[in-house]
Design a protein around this ligand. Structure first.
Ligand code: 8YV
Length: 320
């Protein structure tokens, strides 16, 4: 019997964080969709998640007090169910902003300049066999539309400013104090820009908001970059638009059914595909894991939580 608090870890964390977790808690590993053994379930007081902890998992844990997620997004967590049980959910904003913003810019440049194809061109010996590659498209000085001007969206915009891009954005509401043009309609944003970067926090209302009309409004020279969530884009409509030439190109770090990627996308050379890499550096994953640990430590020491999500904060205020 251990005196340590029982914690259910349903996330991959870097080894340094896993070691710290094990040094402080009695850690049990599971996957978010698992059935938890009946002798273990009533002991669990905390979940360490990586953005996914569904209501079906929470329902099995009667003594659950807190969910600390090492992710900024929490659309895969049963936040409503947690809030209704007075259970706080914490996430890890800010510490991943730079990495996600870097990736968004990198994907935009990679796609416009054909860099994934170019790398393959050299490796496959095509440079020697066929000579120079076909010409690509310029990024600097072009027009960028950002969908979601939150913490990461602003960091993307700052980088794009340094590339002399003209930046406009759409968001739930206009953001104060930024020099970028607010556009309320997604269709108008797509029509008026060369590139669209998706970094909106993906609530249920965002599902498939990038539909056929929006994709086609971006047009045959337009490029769509998604570093938010796969379900924000109508993937079938995207594939169709790319196939028919109604959209110029796409760079996708996230997909509707990860890790499954439509075979049709894999066959296209105007598309860059990455396996959900937004925050996946050692530095950032360590910082995210540490923030999740700090939230757990604060909770069990009776101190205020550092980064509770607004939904459970509000539910817990009402319950008081
Ligand atoms: C990771 C993410 O998928 O933070 C998020 O919301 O999408 C990514 O950084 C997540 O941290 C799970 O490890």
């Amino acid at each position: 019997m251990s005196d340590l608090i029982d914690v259910l870890q349903v996330a991959h964390v870097v080894p340094a964080i896993a070691d710290k977790l094990k040094a402080t808690y009695h850690v049990h590993r599971a996957s978010p969709g698992d059935t938890i053994a009946p002798d273990l379930a009533p002991k669990i007081r905390a979940i360490v998640a990586g953005g996914v902890a569904p209501a079906s998992l929470l329902a099995q844990l009667p003594k659950l007090e807190i969910i600390a997620s090492a992710s900024v997004g929490y659309d895969g967590i049963g936040v409503t169910e947690a809030g209704a049980r007075n259970i706080p959910v914490t996430h890890t904003p800010n510490v991943l902003n730079d990495d996600v913003a870097d990736l968004a810019i990198a994907l935009m440049v990679m796609t416009a300049r054909g860099l994934a194809t170019a790398d393959k061109y050299v490796r496959d010996g095509q440079w020697v066999a066929k000579g120079n590659m076909k010409l690509a498209r310029t990024v600097s000085g072009k027009k960028l539309g950002i969908v979601g001007l939150g913490r990461i969206g602003k960091d993307i915009a700052r980088r794009a400013e340094a590339m002399n891009m003209t930046i406009s954005y759409t968001n739930r509401r206009p953001v104060e104090g930024v020099p970028y043009k607010f556009v309320s309609s997604l269709l108008d944003l797509a029509r008026d820009n060369d590139f669209i970067i998706l970094i909106a926090s993906a609530g249920p209302d965002a599902t498939k908001m990038i539909n056929k009309d929006v994709i086609e409004a971006l047009g045959p020279d337009g490029i769509l970059i998604n570093v938010s969530r796969g379900r924000v884009v109508d993937e079938a409509a995207l594939v169709q638009a790319l196939k028919s030439g109604k959209l110029g190109g796409a760079a996708l770090d996230v997909f509707e059914d990860e890790p499954n990627v439509p075979a049709e996308l894999m066959a296209m050379d105007n598309v860059v595909l990455t396996p959900h890499l937004g925050s996946s550096t050692i530095e950032t994953r360590t910082a995210m894991g540490q923030l999740a640990l700090d939230n757990l430590a604060a909770w069990f020491a009776g101190r205020p939580l550092l980064t509770e999500v607004p939904e459970t904060q509000a539910a817990r205020r009402v319950a008081k």
